[in-house]
Design a protein around this ligand. Sequence first.
Ligand SMILES: [Zn+2]
Ligand SMILES: [Zn+2]
Length: 146
Amino acid sequence: MTSSAIDAKGKTLQKQAKRVTHADRVLSYLKEQHRPVSAYDILDGLRSDGVTASTTVYRALEKLLDDGRVHRIESLNAWTVCCGRHDHDTPVFAICDDCGNVTEHVVSEFTHSIANLSERTGFAPNHTVLEIHGRCSDCNTGVPAH
Ligand SMILES: [Zn+2]
Ligand SMILES: [Zn+2]
């Protein structure tokens, strides 16, 4: 019967589409957050989805990091979703110490400066962290002026 063959094929396709990895779960959890979160927050948030070990979270984060989907905010020891594609450019993170808002900026001048420094000094960087702490424009304009 040709109809049963089609059914079987349809079922297989459905199964493949439904497969969600831990990395997918971690990424969608991070997307729901409006600020960087720690690995333990992720673990807490995903416990009901069957993620029960911190090693699972770290492995998923490492994979997402390799894929360029997330960033680690070193000074906060927290993780956030990448704003998009910026290939070889090093992103700069502006961290508001008042509201906790973190924005990712891609400023190619910074990348060039690091490349220049490397050329001048012979130092070979393999990991660059550019994080600025301060007050975001929302918090800055919130100062009572009237
Ligand atoms: Zn990014
Ligand atoms: Zn702020």
